[in-house]
Design a protein around this ligand. Structure first.
Ligand SMILES: [Mg+2]
Length: 127
């Protein structure tokens, strides 16, 4: 059993590293001998399919209704985790360091969407 599953005190975002989550997913895949199925293509497809399942929870919502009750919150949380699990598996397969990649991409986003040109608006800045 994975360390994160054994120690319930270490299950929050504040106390869990990305590396531990990557290991959790890797162990799950390895225990089932699923490495051969976890190809980059299959994982990218799976990310999108799970993202669609996440989107289903917002389908047909009445305009302006952002109500999320406990049951729906749980379902959304599970779909979010499905997306994350496939993303982390993709990161494992492609040896992507998620933290440095994320920081680099956010820095790129900061340049693309400077605060002074985007504050309070969804419109993309003109180049
Ligand atoms: Mg799912």
């Amino acid at each position: 059993m994975h360390q994160l599953q054994k120690d319930s005190n270490r299950q929050s975002d504040e106390t869990t590293s990305v590396s531990e989550l990557k290991e959790l997913v890797s162990e799950f895949v390895s225990e089932r001998n699923w490495e051969k199925f976890h190809t980059p293509r299959n994982l990218a497809v799976s990310v999108t399919l799970e993202a669609a399942e996440l989107l289903e929870h917002f389908q047909w919502a009445p305009p302006g209704d952002e109500t999320i009750d406990d049951h729906r919150h749980q379902q959304i949380s599970e779909e979010l985790s499905d997306v994350m699990a496939y993303l982390l598996s993709l990161a494992n397969v492609l040896k992507i360091d998620v933290a440095s990649s994320m920081r680099a991409k956010m820095q790129k986003n900061r340049k693309k969407y400077p605060v002074e040109a985007t504050l309070g608006t969804w419109k993309k800045p003109t180049e």
